[in-house]
Write a protein that binds this ligand. Structure first.
Ligand SMILES: *Cc1c(COP(=O)(O)O)cnc(C)c1O
Length: 354
């Protein structure tokens, strides 16, 4: 039986994507060859890469606006470094909203000077800082749109005269935004787009080429753009599977369509957290993530009962991150609302037993 998959990442993908991806591993498009045993320079794969890059820009509403989409390797974690390598000359600003922001800051510090514009570390990152001042003249301002571990999400983005760089690993393609406010967006595929193994980078070309250092080729966005995201062998299977997910997303109404579903799921989840006296939400209400709901169980004594009820209901992946504890329900694009209903049912049943 298929489980209700609330995993925080790698995470749930649409069933039809899994089916098509497995078919392609055995025989790509009736070619008599597997997708993963053909040349990445073959017409079949070049076509996959081109379609994936174009569809990213189409879904984000960034076609013809000077942006390029790249499918790279090394995870979002490599972007922590690559962003700084390519954009940091004198000083960059960072908004510190959680563990991933902290890691981004740590890596950028290897390259240059960092100014932390605001932080919510004082409250274990349960909120998004607001009303802070941003100095002008920063090389860029880096933020994390969704804090996967803590369950907070930025509902609006700072206005600044510097390029805005955003780690969107855990909420890309989940909600409508004016994506042209960002100079660079990056996201590891494994939360909302595909399997682990590729990282999406969307960059406005005019912000590149302004630093004086020599950038090693594999870390140079310009080189990746010049070679159509095939500077070296690309991760062919993750790119193809991501393309399938993007095609699925388009078929369900694109970002506008999925946003409505995501809102329904989040409303259902948070109303149970708020109304059920056994549970308590972790994140400040106004900053709650629509992707990752974090909460705790008030009565420690019910922990085991809850765990066995979850298991019984086929619910998987809801244990919280060790730095927050409790529970985390990740409700990425591909998670059906039925799964949220199943979880909410178990929570209310626990209440009736308590
Ligand atoms: C998961 C995650 C990362 C790390 O991604 P890797 O691909 O494992 O390097 C970075 N940022 C955010 C917001 C994440 O959720």
């Amino acid at each position: 039986m298929k489980k209700h998959n609330f995993s925080a990442g790698p995470s749930i993908l649409p069933q039809e994507v899994l089916n098509k991806a497995s078919e392609a591993v055995l025989d790509y498009n009736g070619s008599g060859l597997s997708l993963i045993e053909i040349s990445h320079r073959s017409k079949d794969f070049v076509d996959i890469m081109d379609r994936a890059r174009a569809l990213v820009l189409e879904l984000l509403g960034l076609e013809g606006k000077g942006y390029q989409a790249l499918f790279l390797q090394g995870g979002a974690s490599t972007q922590f470094l690559m962003v700084a390598m390519n954009l940091l000359e004198k000083k960059a600003g960072y908004l510190n909203t959680g563990a991933w922001s902290e890691k981004a800051i740590k890596e950028a510090k290897v390259i240059g000077d960092i100014y932390e514009v605001a932080s919510s570390k004082d409250a274990n990152f349960n909120y998004i800082p607001k009303g802070f001042e941003i100095p002008s003249g920063l090389d860029y301002l880096h933020c994390t749109s969704n804090n996967t571990i803590f369950g907070t999400q930025m509902k609006s983005f700072p206005k600044t005269d510097s390029p805005l760089v955003c780690d969107m690993s855990s909420d890309i393609f989940s909600r409508q935004l004016d994506f042209s406010q960002f100079g660079l967006i990056y996201a590891g595929a494994q939360k909302n787009m595909g399997p682990a193994g590729t990282t999406l980078v969307v960059v406005r070309e005019d912000i590149l080429g302004k630093v004086s250092r020599t950038i090693p080729s594999i870390l140079d966005y310009k080189k990746h753009i010049a070679s159509d995201s095939m500077l070296n062998t690309p991760p062919v299977f993750p790119v193809y599977t991501s393309l399938l997910t993007l095609e699925w997303l388009k078929s369900v109404g694109g970002i506008a369509g999925i946003e409505q579903e995501n809102e329904k799921k989040a409303r259902l989840m948070y109303s149970e957290i708020d109304l059920n006296p056994l549970f308590k939400g972790f994140a400040t209400k106004e900053d709650r993530s629509f992707m990752n709901a974090t909460f705790t169980l008030e009565k420690e004594s019910l922990k085991e009962t809850f765990a066995s009820m979850l298991k019984e209901a086929g619910i998987s992946g809801v244990n919280g991150h060790r730095s927050v504890g409790g529970y985390r329900a990740s409700m990425y694009n591909a998670l059906p609302i039925e799964s949220v209903k199943a979880l909410v049912e178990v929570m209310s049943e626990l209440e009736s037993k308590a």
